[in-house]
Design a protein around this ligand. Structure first.
Ligand SMILES: Nc1nc2c(ncn2[C@@H]2O[C@H](COP(=O)(O)OP(=O)(O)OP(=O)(O)O)[C@@H](O)[C@H]2O)c(=O)[nH]1
Ligand SMILES: [Mg+2]
Ligand SMILES: [Zn+2]
Length: 214
């Protein structure tokens, strides 16, 4: 395991310096299956693709359905079928980025395989990790799977529209997450209803400005 992670880390550093040289900010999106990663990408393309050049790497275990969902935005997309693999690694990202014209992209999203555990162990060379959790999963997920939340720069709490139908406890969620990572940005969204997406796009623009300022 240590050898695998060491090799992954070396390649991730290669990806990171390549993307930095080409001024591409890469966001590694990690969540459990169905939290709303692809829906968030759809909304983000609708909100920002006019002003920011977006590219997407879609990691999927058996299908290319998420890549198909994003085709309507006419953005460059590379689909990685992990053939059963439960996470992406930096070697597959290195191969995928060869297919992009990096000079024509400002923001590269990676939708990782839906899984809260091992994707957070594999550095892909991203600028930062973005965690997505949905209210329907329960408020205890950060406490039970702290690794992702300790590393992520921000967490999207999605499906806020479902709160009335669940026992989701916002106070408990907020307390757990800030105990794990006091600096994390928390953005509440309903990607279906469009709530919170303005705040998300403002935050994203700030990250892009900071990244391009070095
Ligand atoms: N009620 C509600 N449903 C949502 C919201 N966001 C996404 N969904 C629904 O949740 C389901 C899963 O959303 P996806 O965006 O496919 O989730 P994902 O994280 O990409 O899923 P995987 O790629 O399979 O891991 C879909 O049926 C979405 O329509 C939301 O804010 N509220
Ligand atoms: Mg998806
Ligand atoms: Zn895995």
């Amino acid at each position: 395991m240590k050898n695998i992670l060491d090799r992954n880390q070396n390649k991730a550093e290669e990806v990171r310096s390549l993307l930095k040289a080409r001024k591409v900010m890469m966001i590694n999106i990690i969540s459990s299956p169905g939290a709303g990663k692809t829906t968030l990408l759809e909304r983000t393309c609708e909100l920002m693709s006019g002003e920011v050049s977006i590219g997407v790497i879609e990691g999927d275990v058996t299908t290319d359905r998420d890549a198909q969902r994003l085709k309507k935005y006419n953005i460059p997309i590379v689909a990685i079928n992990t053939e059963g693999g439960c996470h992406l690694d930096s070697h597959s990202i290195f191969k995928a980025i060869e297919h992009f014209d990096l000079d024509a992209i400002d923001l590269l999203f990676v939708e990782n395989v839906g899984n809260l555990i091992c994707p957070s162990q594999f550095d892909l060379g991203e600028t930062f990790k973005l965690a997505v959790v949905s209210t329907a999963e329960g408020d205890d997920k950060p406490a039970k799977y702290p690794m992702l939340f300790s590393e992520a720069r921000a967490v999207i709490l999605n499906k806020t529209d479902l709160i009335p139908y669940t026992n989701f406890n916002m106070d408990s969620f907020m307390a757990d997450i800030t105990a794990i990572n006091p600096r994390i940005t928390i953005i509440k969204t309903s990607a279906i209803r469009g709530e919170g997406l303005e705040k998300w796009s403002v935050w994203l623009r700030t990250q892009l400005e900071q990244f391009s300022a070095g």
